[in-house]
Design a protein around this ligand. Structure first.
Ligand code: HC1
Length: 570
């Protein structure tokens, strides 16, 4: 342990602790801007966290300076306050003051710091930036004018996702983050996961806003506007309305969507159950018939794009199943439209997703199985939150309402899709019972749950041991892909990969902030809801049984293949 004094308070902390962390022990919150513990980003670039250390001539940055025995630290002297203010004013002088029209208005770390520091004037000449907006991507927009060069986005893209399309650049003498090679984002290996938007402290990277398209569809009397809500959104959107992290707000989401004017509100959990029926059957078929193994899950679009860019030779491992989002669309535009007597051309399918890459997935040209787009518009959790606020709906006090038929029942298995390991656990619940005809002795596969980067489990199926792996965050996925290429995963059967750390509860379209602690609380909310639901196995979902009886026939049928499966070619 190391003893030191911070602002006159004695504190003992383990060796290696930073001044920033040690200060928290004596109730001192040193301000930060570029620092982000979750992604190991502690470059000390912004210098907002400077402090005085007795015996040192210069200020030191608290976020990356380890404590030393006998250190005397002062965090709140006139000189420290003045230096921090000057730094902040310099950043603000370079920042477009467009707060009222910025997507991060009210949720911006720079704005909050300006308020915390009681900034009333900026003593430096304003720098006018006129960099072009990069809106080349269907999911992510970059506004370099707002970049404060904190480099969090560079770190998350490089270290957490190993995609590495961003870098610090000097443009017109100014340090800003740009795309490597100076090309538009859409022309890079960007997988559109949106983790950069989640960590950006300001509005320099954000999701494309498609809310106006949804407002227009809702106002069009010739359109039948259908909406689906992803499993992860159920336990996260409440955060935008002051509800505790991990609160299950599913019933309120349904009520809010109805009040916004949607004609039918369906549960993506139902579609997740459908995915399990198809993907589980595909796995059993690959095992029986000697297909390419291990089979990879296919529901996370950033992961698919990652494979397409970095490991195209491994695409035959990917399940041919579309994601739940993309399965529900064509079922709505065929089976549901027929049942309702509606021309599918008049059906608008909207998805509420935790994910920016879902916008990209919906826009893939091949996703039009019914002859119409599978999904027309994708909104992130944040966009839906904004629509609810704009409509003046008192979300937290809404009554809970139920989804509409015929896709209103989702099981706990569908719900856990939203957390890392959930797709695997849901698949095992069904594959075991379908293959053995026996009831699972224990429903919870805890080995595949939680924030560990790579997890594994094994299950006995008719005398054969089925081995599975789960990874989340693309750095972990890359580790597995390298092992697979080296021939080390030959005896594994199924691999789940979710692009974002924690799975979809940590998706790039989720409420900000999304920290590791928040991810863990959201995961707890997911499993709580799983336990509460009347059905917890996809094959027991009565709406799924009915869909197969009335329309699809059986899993992997001709019709299923036509509507629910796709092909990714190297
Ligand atoms: Fe997901 Fe999925 S779990 S990919 O994370 O398979 O986005 O929530 O909707 O499609 O169901 C996301 C979440 C989501 C799909 C499902």
């Amino acid at each position: 342990m190391v003893s030191l004094v911070i602002d006159g308070q004695k504190v003992e902390v383990p060796r290696g602790t930073t001044i920033l962390e040690a200060a928290k022990k004596v109730q001192v919150n040193i301000p930060t801007l570029c620092y982000l513990k979750d992604i190991g980003h502690d470059v000390g670039a912004c210098r907002i966290c400077i402090v005085e250390v007795e015996g040192q001539r210069d200020f030191v940055t608290a976020c990356n300076t380890p404590v030393e025995e006998g250190m005397v630290v002062r965090t709140n002297t006139p000189a420290v306050r003045e230096a921090r203010r000057m730094t902040l004013e310099l950043i603000l002088a370079n920042h477009p003051m467009e707060c009222p029209t910025c997507p991060r208005n009210g949720n911006c770390e720079l704005q909050s710091l300006a308020a915390q520091f009681n900034i009333r004037e900026i003593r430096f000449p304003r720098v006018r930036r006129e960099f072009p907006l990069d809106d080349s991507s269907v999911a992510i927009i970059r506004d370099p004018n707002k970049c404060i060069a904190c480099r969090r986005c560079v770190t998350v893209c490089e270290n957490v996702q190993t995609v590495g399309v961003l870098e610090l650049q000097k443009v017109d003498g100014q340090a800003i983050v740009g795309v490597k090679g100076g090309v538009p984002l859409a022309e890079t290996n960007c997988v559109q996961c949106g983790q950069c938007a989640l960590v950006c402290p300001v509005g320099a990277i954000y999701e494309r806003d498609d809310t106006d398209k949804v407002w227009a569809a809702l106002a069009d009397p010739t359109k039948h506007v259908v909406v689906q809500t992803a499993p992860a959104v159920h336990v996260t959107i409440g955060e935008m309305f002051g509800m505790p992290v991990g609160t299950d707000a599913t019933g309120k989401i349904v009520a809010a969507l109805r009040r916004l004017g949607f004609d039918a509100v369906f549960d993506t959990n139902f579609a997740a159950d459908l995915t399990i029926m198809e993907e589980g059957s595909e796995l059993l078929e690959r095992i029986e018939k000697g297909g390419v193994l291990p089979q990879f899950t296919s529901c996370s679009p950033g992961w698919i794009k990652f494979l397409e860019h970095f490991y195209p030779e491994l695409l035959p491992h990917v399940s041919s199943c579309k994601s739940p989002q993309q399965m529900l669309g064509p079922v709505v535009k065929t089976y549901y439209a027929q049942k309702k007597g509606i021309d599918p051309k008049d059906v608008v399918m909207v998805s509420i997703m935790p994910c920016t890459a879902k916008k990209f997935e919906a826009a893939r040209p091949e996703m039009n199985a019914s002859g119409y787009r599978d999904v027309d518009i994708v909104l992130t959790s944040r966009e839906l939150g904004r629509m609810i606020k704009e409509a003046g709906i008192d979300f937290a006090n809404l009554p809970d309402e139920n989804y509409d038929d015929p896709f209103g029942t989702g099981t706990g298995a569908g719900q856990i899709f939203g957390a890392t390991g959930g797709v695997m656990e849901a698949a095992l619940r069904t594959a075991y019972e379908l293959a053995t005809g026996k009831t699972l002795p224990k429903l919870d596969f805890v080995e595949v749950r939680g924030m560990k980067g790579v997890k594994e489990a094994a299950v006995e199926l008719n005398g054969k041991t089925i081995k599975v792996l789960v990874a989340h965050g693309l750095a972990n996925a890359r580790l597995l892909m390298e092992k697979l290429k080296a021939g080390e995963l030959k005896d594994y059967h199924f691999i789940e990969v979710m692009t974002c750390p924690g799975g979809c509860i940590g998706g790039g379209g989720q409420p900000i902030p999304t920290t590791t602690e928040i991810r863990e609380q959201r995961i707890a909310g997911i499993y709580e809801r799983d336990k509460k639901l009347p059905y917890r196995k996809s094959h027991e979902n009565p709406d799924i049984k009915k869909l197969y009886e009335e329309f699809l026939g059986k899993p992997l049928s001709h019709k299923s293949h036509e509507l629910l499966h796709t092909k990714y070619t190297p």
